[in-house]
Every structure is written in C-alpha cells, then in structure tokens.
Design a protein around this ligand. Structure first.
Ligand code: DGP
Length: 205
C-alpha cells in the first residue's frame, strides 16, 4: 500500500475500553503505518489534558474542548507530510471523539465540529461498537474522568448518530481481537483496492 500514491489515513473510534488501542497497534504493524493517538499526551497541551482526565485539575468544558482540538491541530503538518510521503497513518481517536465526548457534556455539536473544521479528513473511520454494559468491567474502567457508565451511554448515542452522517464503518467490538482485526483488515484492503485516493480532503469545511 505504499507505491507512489499518498498514504491512507485510518482512524479508529469508539467508547473507552472498546479495544481501539490494541487494534491500532495491530493495524499499524500490518500496514507498516505511523501510529498516532489523540489526545497526544506527550506535548505540553497533552500534559494538561492528561492531568484533566486523571482528575488532577478542573478546566471548564469549552476550554478543555479547545485544548483537545489544539492538540489535534498541532499534529496537522505531521499528518499531511506523512501521508504525502506515501506512509499510512493509523490513529487511535480523532475529532469524532471530540464531538462525541464534548457534546455528551452539553456543548453544541456544531460548535464542537467548528473547532476541528479544516483538519485533514481521514479516508476510513472504523467505529468499534459495543454496549457500555459489556465494556465497563474491562481493565481499569473508571480510572479516568469520563469513564462512567451513564456518561459513556450518552457518548455512544452521539457516536451512533455520527456513524450514519459520516459513514463510519461499524465493527462489533464484542468479538475476539483476532476476529475484529480480520474484519478491519478486510475493510482496509477493500478500501485500498477500490477507492480513488486523491488529494487529502479537509474535515467539516
Ligand atoms: P484515551 O483514549 O484512553 O487516551 O482517553 C482519552 C479520553 O479523552 C477519552 O475518554 C476520550 C476523551 N476525548 C478524546 N478527545 C476528546 C475531545 O476532543 N474532547 C473531549 N471532551 N474528550 C475527548
């Protein structure tokens, strides 16, 4: 999937503990892709976001959304340059998480989208979907600010709505990691063989 065309930009989305990170790891290895993750907690903005998520500091809803968004904007050039070098990107969360989590807190969807409007648009968005009832017992669910069953239910409603509007590819996240991965590979191969991969489009603009 390298040749002389630009790389593919693939985003994995879903609720906390849905298995995105494992699948991002597997897919980026399979595609020899650059692995990315938002929030990127390694930048100075990412460190503030991380403290917020861990409950070490409080920040109002609009300000934290703008920080999450800025954390994506600071990666814009890296995304474009990587794709233009013919390298694929597999990304754990992107602007769709911004809309789902911030609008579940009551911020207007349009306002949330506007902050990320103009970022590079992914070629494929894969939504790992599972009922929160089946995710809440995984790992250390509850360790971070948003990991509460009722809140995640609201986040899921926004993801489900966006899945239709934005043509997400939905995969049932209640399967073995091998089953999920094989479905992700099938989607990716299909897209890579059949889609016209032209210039990088802009998100929501
Ligand atoms: P993790 O993917 O485990 O690093 O967790 C990141 C958390 O932050 C997760 O609960 C989703 C949430 N999140 C990601 N992007 C945004 C955003 O733009 N706005 C808000 N409010 N939350 C976000």
């Amino acid at each position: 999937m390298k040749n002389n065309r630009r790389g593919l930009f693939i985003v994995l989305e879903g609720l906390d503990k849905c298995g995105k990170s494992t699948q991002t790891e597997l897919l980026s290895e399979a595609l020899e892709a650059k692995k990315m993750q938002f929030p990127d907690r390694s930048t100075s903005m990412g460190l503030i976001i991380s403290d917020y998520l861990k409950g070490k500091r409080d920040i109002n809803d609009q300000v934290i959304h703008l920080l999450f968004s800025a954390n994506r904007w600071e990666a814009k050039n890296t995304i474009i340059e990587t794709l233009n070098k013919g390298i694929n990107i597999v990304c754990d969360r992107y602007a769709y998480s911004g809309v789902a989590f911030s609008s579940a807190k009551g911020l207007p969807i349009q306002w949330c989208k506007q902050c990320d409007s103009g970022l590079p648009k992914p070629d494929l968005v894969i939504y790992l979907r599972a009922p929160i009832k089946q995710l809440k017992d995984r790992g250390d669910f509850g360790a971070e600010r948003y990991e509460k069953q009722e809140f995640q239910q609201q986040v899921q409603e926004v993801f489900d709505k966006m899945a239709q509007e934005e043509q997400f590819n939905i995969i049932n996240a209640i399967q073995t990691k091998e089953e999920i991965f094989s479905q992700i590979m099938e989607l990716t191969n299909d897209y890579s063989q059949n889609a016209l991969i032209n210039t990088i489009e802009q998100l929501w603009s």
